[in-house]
Design a binder for this molecule. Sequence first.
Ligand code: BG6
Ligand code: MG
Length: 216
Amino acid sequence: MKKIPTFIFDLDGVITNTENYHFQAWKDICEILKFDLNSELNEELKGVSRDKCLKKILDWAGLDLSIKRFNELLDKKNNIYLDKISKINSSNIINGVSDFIINAKKHNHSIALYSTSKNANLILNKLNISSYFDAIVDGNSIKISKPDPEGFELAAKLTQSAHENCVVFEDSEAGIIAGNKLKMMTIGIGKSKKLSIANKVYKEFNEIKFQDFQRC
Ligand code: BG6
Ligand code: MG
């Protein structure tokens, strides 16, 4: 077990701004359902798996759909999303992320990814940063998505890290809840009030300095 912190990154909204594309794609689906999805409600979709997101939306809209229609809308949402991310590349990495990771690797820290997204590997490849990670956990590796801690547990296991030695970077309330459950150090990134349950909150990744974590 390493004594220095292992850094576990979320993907959408932490490494790259794809979170907004998820929101736009869900808004298109909500238009079909005649439901108005606002950005406050969208905070509750962040970090949550695709099917759980649609279940939440149907709940808010008071709608019930056949399994066939449900699956059609899931596919449609994903196709809209895939179209939106088709052109992303390394210029879409959020400022400060690459520098932080390069610095952390230089100092021998393990780096892991835990994203609920089933598209995580596709995006990492487009951003050209797959090789940064000692472990990658995505929506295909887990049974239950955030706020359940399953994915963080797996990321810690794969990097042979004690939970209390892991630092989690998250933009979603669901992700912070999951990290807190395991007593990992949780760092919220963003402006949402929901992130106040994190151990520390930064408005933007760029404000985080690798040196701040060298003694934790
Ligand atoms: C998370 C996003 O990373 O992945 C959520 O925060 C999204 O908004 C979830 O619903 C699932 O993504 P995908 O790509 O599998 O539909
Ligand atoms: Mg996120």
